[in-house]
Every structure is written in structure tokens, then in C-alpha cells.
Design a protein around this ligand. Structure first.
Ligand SMILES: CCC[C@H](O)CC(=O)SCCNC(=O)CCNC(=O)[C@H](O)C(C)(C)COP(=O)([O-])OP(=O)([O-])OC[C@H]1O[C@@H](n2cnc3c(N)ncnc32)[C@H](O)[C@@H]1OP(=O)([O-])[O-]
Length: 709
């Protein structure tokens, strides 16, 4: 506090104590005749991450945000926000209530409330459109995207950007504006600049938000609140903002999205049965990495590594594959660099046919064909070639990581790093901790995932790990529903209505039906013993659906062959159309097996597909293959297109009510006694017996703790 200036540091979030502190300090500064201007800055070089999300679940205490910001804006002394590192959510709304804003060049700004199922309800939906105009405000508020200080300057959100000390720059600005009129700086006084085609702009945004997050309420409410800024005076717009927020605030969607926020952070806090944890195990530094195999997965992994500043040696076995891999990787890097206006870091990757080139790398990620014998030969070779302390990682999507480790000279340095296609886009990384993976190895893989921008989830070593183990049963249900009378488009529509980005049959067509076909062949489910004309509907003591195998035999492999569960314009075509040939194929199939088709409701589709996921999730917890239900949910949200506003299969089961899930599974199992996965898991029964405790307590109900994690 000096004679002319009052500086008040904030902590990261606007908790009740922080709001109280700001309210009192600003009031004092306004009253103190020696103070001519005020600068608001953050603690530890961070301006503000917004309202304290943890407080949302409790009763409101402390001064509310809206009047606090209003008092700042209405003050008779200039208030300048010094934005270092970030101004997000309520933090940006606070800055918008200040008369001037200075940002550090590296700061990020945004209104991410929509990602928490909310809207910027501290005047953000009313002040921002008045400052930037409708289209820019709609974009920021409905997507929640963070923008750079430079973009904020272009949009007029900040007045100055500095490479130096933002607080000093703010002080300088504050002193230079003392005595200037403040009315023009109060955003709530501004008229909202309107685009020529206001209706057209809103219609287009609504189409976009509905496409991006089907069934999500918050983006639609955000657009409505911005519309109020276009059509109503500030105070009425604020009322509309509050009403919309009240609807969202208590919704299941907001609870689910806020759960995801914390679950995502909790997933990084892994621990192993031997006591090793995220906070007591040091990761190794990774400067150079090898990638083996430049198929779809290897290419994406190589791109991720290079983009994270890691030098890559990419290895293929034949010149032709190497060439096409090189072209694809370079193309991806060049397109990305162009989009970001930087030079593509092509010098950071070398392409070779020789494994010998891997001798100096810190870590290798193997991404060859999903074949145990092939992978074993690669790992044995890596043992010979790589330096003794190099980590060996496999991108297998379900094979035994420990079996691979056993052919190496360093089982503790072997770990699974399961990326999801396309690997440079998808956020999930399953880190498979083999029984012999060392804490340092797990820590390195988890930290590397974070550096690559992934959500890393530690999982145990069982067939399919967490994600694909559950996916198999989900897919099985979808196939059984076809046998019983549903069509692929009916199943997909029900799942898309539920919120999945794509229905399961569209996903299967996209991934290629031959992948599962190969896996089933390797598992002995298809083979010489199976009559190709009349395959049995029972294998290995349980119901089996040969429909996808029959489709593959017809050459219907999905999008890539122009035909799968749907019809496409051409091989590689994207637009899925229902195919009358599939409808007759299903009718013939039912006739052949004497199945009378019945009417299947949307409710049955969703319950069977979704509850079976949760049921297997409970088994995964019992088996100790995932440390917590939150981890399972993050696998599904970030790797399998699960609608984020439904929290994840385990959260959804808790929301629906465990007793209901149990009762519905029992019902479907009674109808289908030959589908063992519809039989409720022991843990689900036990939790219902214990009156459905909250998710944090589920672990206490696992009888024999046999954690692999
Ligand atoms: C009236 C309505 C007003 C308003 O419109 C509503 C809002 O503002 S809604 C809010 C709008 N704002 C947002 O949506 C911003 C949400 N936050 C973020 O995007 C990132 O956390 C941030 C960029 C701030 C820092 O990233 P980073 O450096 O990678 O660090 P990190 O991510 O690992 O977080 C570190 C620790 O801080 C915790 N924590 C963080 N933020 C909050 C919070 N707001 N609250 C509570 N806690 C929060 C986080 O859980 C973690 O805790 P722990 O126990 O150590 O695991």
C-alpha cells in the first residue's frame, strides 16, 4: 500500500475468504483518500482460476461475487487487473469488472464455466459481449476455450500485453489513468455491438453446440444468456444470467462435469500396492524416444512425442512402409505447424529401417501389429539393442504386458502405454503397470503422458486392461440386441441420444470390423471347428453372436471397404447410411436360427449397453485392476466418447441409483441367462446391501483387496 496505489494479491481461486479479502480491501482503498488507483494481482504469479468449484457443493458463505465485482466497476478510482498466467472463469469476470486489464504475454484467458456444466454467472455473459461483440463472446462462452494474451488483445479483452512484469505494467497504467473519466470504462454501461444477422448468428451457434455435445444443457444456456446481452439492458440481462445459472447449478449435468474435473486430476495421483505413489516416485527425464512401427498408431505417437519436444527415432521393417510413414508423419507435423503459425520441427525425427539406431534413446514405444509372437521378438531385440537403462513400452491394446517383459533383460523397465487412435488427438493414455514394472518406470510413463497432453490413467495388467475389457461386453450387448430384433441404426440412435458422440456400430465401422475379427480368431472363437454356414450361437459356455464374423466374411469391413454395418458412398466414405441389405441379412439370420424379432425399446438399448459397462467396472475394481471408480470413468470419458456430462459409467450408475442398476441387470439376466455378464457383480450387490454408499466409499466394500495398483 502506497499513498497513491493499493495492490491486493489474490490466491488461485475466489474462495469465500478471498472474496471477503478483496471486498474489504477494495472498500478500504476506495475510502482512503491517499489511494488514487488500485491494482488487483494474483498470488504466486497467477491472477485467478475462477470461483472455488469445491464450494459449489456447500452452502454459500462469504460475500457473493456479483456485487463484489459491481462495487469495483462502480468505484470512483481506477482499478487495473494485472493478469499473470491465467484469468479464468470468475477470474476473468473479475478482470472485466476492473476498468483496465494488463496481461502477461504468456497468460491464458477464458470463461470455461460451460465445461463445468455452468455459465459465467458473475456478469461474464453480459460484460463480454458488450466488449467484444456477439460472435466472439458466443465463441468463448459456449466453447469455454482458453485464449492467449495476444488473442485477448486483438479482441479488446485486455488493454495491454507485456513481456515483462505484468504487475509493474499495471501499476504504470494505473498511475497514468488517474483522473480520467471512468464511465466509459464500465462495461455494464456499454451498448452491445450487434451483428447484422443476429438471428442467423444464434441459429448457427445452436447447431454447432448441439453437434459438439449432444444433450448438454450448459452450452445452450450460455447462448441464451449472450442473447440476453444482445436484447436486454444490462440489469435485465444479469437477471436472465442468474435464472439460467440457477437451472444449471443444481442439474445432474453440472454435478457430472464437476466430478469429471476432479476425477481427471485424481487419476494422476496413482499408487501401487508396494507403497510407490505419484508423490514419492521420481520419473526419469525423457529427451529421446524410439517408436517401432509406423502404422496408424505409431504415426500418431511419433507426432505426439515430437510436438512435446522429444527427439524421435522411428523404425519400420520395410522401405515402403517407412516411406509412407515418413510422408504421413511429416504431413501431420506440417499441418499442425501451419495451423499454429510456427515452423514444423521436422529435424526432431529420423526414420530408419535399423533397430540399431535405437541404441541411445531413453525410451522406446513399440507399436507393431497386435500379435504376441511378433511383439515378443521385437522386445527380445530391443533388449539386445537398447542401453541397459532404457525403458521399453508397449502400445498393446490388451495383450499381457508381463509376458512381454519376460522376454527382456529388464522386466522392471517394461510398462504398457496404450494410446487411442488417432494417438495425436485422443486424450487418453492407459498406463499398464505390470506386476514387475518399477515405480520409476510407472512414474516416467505417467509423467510422459502428461507432457504429451494426455490424461494418463494407471491400470492393471489383465486382458483388454480397463477400457477394452469393458468395451468387449458393451459391443456384445449391441450384437445381441441385433439378434433379438434391433437394427444398427436403432441401437446407435439410442446411444447417441444418451450422449455418445457416435453410436457403437458407427464406431465399429470407423475402426474396421476386421480388428475384432482377428482378435476373435486369435482367441479361438472362430476357426476350423466353426461351421462357416451355420456358426453356433454358443462358444466357451456362453452366448456368442457370430453376426460380425459373418459380415467380415462378406467383405464388409466398415468404412474402409465402403460397407459395414452401414453403407458408405465409397471405400473410405464418411457418411453412414442405413443399408437395406443389412436389414434383410438380419431377417434371414433370425429366420435361420428361429429367433422371433421383438420390439426393443430405447430404454433397453441404453440400459443393457450402459449398465453392463458399469457392472464390468465393479468387477475391475474387485479384481484390483483400477484403483478407483474415477479412473474407470476417465478411461471412458477420454478414450471411448462417453458423454462427459454423464460423468462416466460408474458415476452414471451412482446417479441412476445402484439399487436400480442391480434390479435392471437382474431383470435382463433373467431374460438372458446365457449372458453371464448381465449377472450383477458381487461388488454391486454388496454396495446395494450397504445402502449404496457414496463413490468414495466403494473401495471399503471390496472383500479381498487384491490391488494390482
Ligand atoms: C457465480 C459463478 C462465478 C463463475 O462464473 C463460476 C466459476 O468461476 S467456475 C470456475 C471456472 N474456472 C475453471 O474452470 C478453471 C479450472 N481450473 C483449471 O483449469 C486449472 O486448474 C488451472 C488452469 C487453473 C491450473 O492448472 P494446473 O496448473 O495444471 O493445475 P491443476 O489443474 O492440477 O490444479 C491445481 C489444483 O487446484 C485445484 N483447482 C484448480 N482450479 C480450481 C477451482 N476453480 N476450484 C477449485 N479447485 C481448483 C485443482 O483441483 C488442483 O487441486 P489438487 O488438490 O492439487 O488436485
Amino acid at each position: 500500500c502506497s499513498d497513491e496505489l493499493f495492490i491486493r494479491p489474490l490466491s488461485l481461486v475466489l474462495s469465500a475468504a478471498v472474496r471477503k479479502g478483496i471486498t474489504e480491501a477494495v472498500a478500504r482503498a476506495f475510502k482512503d483518500t491517499r489511494v488514487k488507483a488500485v491494482v488487483l494481482c494474483g498470488e504466486n504469479g497467477k491472477f485467478c482460476g475462477g470461483a472455488d468449484i469445491r464450494e459449489f457443493a456447500k452452502a454459500m458463505s462469504g460475500p457473493p461475487l456479483v456485487p463484489m465485482i459491481h462495487a469495483i466497476e462502480a468505484g470512483e478510482k481506477p482499478v487495473v487487473a494485472a493478469i499473470e498466467e491465467m484469468a479464468l472463469g470468475g477470474g476473468l469476470e473479475l478482470a472485466l469488472g476492473c476498468h483496465y486489464r494488463v496481461a502477461h504475454a504468456k497468460a491464458r484467458l477464458g470463461l470455461p464455466e460451460v465445461t463445468l456444466g455452468l455459465l459465467p454467472a458473475a456478469g461474464g455473459t453480459q460484460r463480454l459481449p458488450r466488449l467484444t461483440g456477439i460472435p466472439a463472446a458466443l465463441d468463448l462462452i459456449t466453447t469455454g476455450r482458453h485464449i492467449s494474451a495476444q488473442e485477448a488483445l486483438k479482441l479488446g479483452i485486455v488493454d495491454r500485453v507485456t513481456e515483462g512484469n505484468a504487475v509493474e505494467a499495471a501499476v504504470e497504467l494505473a498511475l497514468s489513468v488517474v483522473g480520467r473519466p471512468l464511465a466509459p470504462r464500465r462495461l455494464s454501461n456499454h451498448a452491445t455491438p450487434l451483428p447484422a444477422d443476429l438471428d442467423g448468428v444464434f441459429e448457427e451457434v445452436l447447431v454447432q453446440v448441439k453437434r459438439r455435445a449432444r444433450g448438454a444443457m450448459a452450452p445452450v444456456a450460455c447462448a441464451k444468456a449472450v442473447r440476453a446481452a444482445a436484447e436486454l439492458p444490462y440489469s435485465r440481462g444479469l437477471e436472465c444470467e442468474r435464472e439460467l445459472m440457477n437451472t444449471l447449478f443444481t442439474s445432474g449435468q453440472a454435478r457430472a462435469l464437476q466430478y469429471c474435473f476432479f476425477a481427471q486430476r485424481a487419476a494422476g495421483k496413482w499408487s501401487l500396492p508396494n507403497g510407490a505413489r505419484w508423490d514419492n516416485s521420481r520419473p526419469r527425464a525423457v529427451h529421446t524416444a524410439g517408436v517401432i512401427g509406423l502404422g496408424t498408431m505409431g504415426r500418431g505417437i511419433a507426432v505426439c512425442l515430437v510436438k512435446a519436444g522429444i527427439s524421435v527415432v522411428a523404425v519400420e521393417t520395410e522401405e515402403k512402409q517407412l516411406d509412407s510413414g515418413r510422408r504421413a508423419v511429416r504431413g501431420m507435423l506440417e499441418r499442425d505447424a501451419k495451423r499454429r503459425g510456427v515452423t514444423a520441427p521436422l529435424h526432431m525425427i529420423t526414420f530408419t529401417l535399423s533397430m540399431q539406431q535405437l541404441r541411445d534413446v531413453d525410451l522406446v514405444i513399440e507399436a507393431v501389429f497386435e500379435d504376441m509372437a511378433l511383439k515378443k521378438s521385437v522386445f527380445a531385440e530391443l533388449s539386445r539393442v537398447c542401453r541397459p537403462n532404457a525403458l521399453l513400452c508397449t502400445n498393446t491394446s490388451g495383450l499381457d504386458v508381463d509376458e512381454l517383459a519376460s522376454v527382456t533383460d529388464r522386466p522392471p523397465l517394461v510398462v504398457g502405454m496404450h494410446f487411442f487412435a488417432p494417438a495425436h488427438v485422443m486424450k487418453l493414455l492407459e498406463v499398464i503397470c505390470g506386476p514387475r514394472s518399477s515405480p520409476e518406470t510407472v512414474a516416467t510413463a505417467m509423467t510422459l503422458g502428461k507432457r504429451l497432453g494426455k490424461v494418463s490413467v494407471a491400470v492393471g495388467n489383465c486382458p483388454g486392461f480397463v477400457g477394452n475389457r469393458m468395451l468387449k461386453l458393451y459391443l456384445d450387448q449391441a450384437h445381441f440386441l441385433l439378434e433379438e430384433g434391433a437394427s444398427p441404426e436403432q441401437v446407435d440412435q439410442a446411444l447417441e441420444e444418451f450422449g455418445f458422440a457416435l453410436g457403437i456400430f458407427k464406431v465399429a465401422d470407423l475402426s474396421g470390423l476386421d480388428i475384432g475379427w482377428r482378435v476373435r480368431k486369435a482367441a479361438g472363437l472362430i476357426g476350423p471347428d466353426v461351421d462357416p454356414k451355420f456358426p453356433s450361437r454358443h462358444r466357451q459356455g456362453r452366448r456368442y453372436c457370430p453376426l460380425p464374423d459373418l459380415l467380415c466374411e462378406q467383405g464388409r469391413l466398415g468404412q474402409k471397404s465402403g460397407r459395414g454395418w452401414y453403407l458408405y458412398d465409397s471405400a473410405g466414405g464418411k457418411e453412414a447410411r442405413p443399408d437395406p441389405a443389412i436389414s434383410s441379412f438380419l431377417q434371414e439370420y433370425r429366420l435361420r436360427y428361429g429367433i422371433s424379432a421383438r420390439r426393443i425399446t430405447e430404454q433397453e438399448v441404453v440400459e443393457r449397453c450402459v449398465f453392463v459397462l458399469a457392472n464390468e467396472g465393479f468387477r475391475i475394481l474387485e479384481d484390483g485392476m483400477a484403483a478407483a471408480p474415477e479412473d474407470i470413468d476417465m478411461v471412458y470419458v477420454f478414450g471411448y466418447g462417453w458423454p462427459r456430462h454423464r460423468g462416466g459409467p460408474m458415476f452414471h450408475a451412482a446417479q441412476v441409483g445402484l439399487a436400480t442398476v442391480l434390479q435392471r441387470l437382474e431383470f435382463y439376466h433373467r431374460q438372458n441367462p446365457d449372458i453371464p455378464h448381465l449377472q450383477p457383480s458381487t461388488l454391486l450387490r454388496r454396495l446395494v446391501g450397504a445402502r449404496s454408499p457414496p463413490m468414495q466409499q466403494w473401495k471399503q466394500h471390496i472383500r479381498s483387496i487384491n490391488s494390482q495398483l
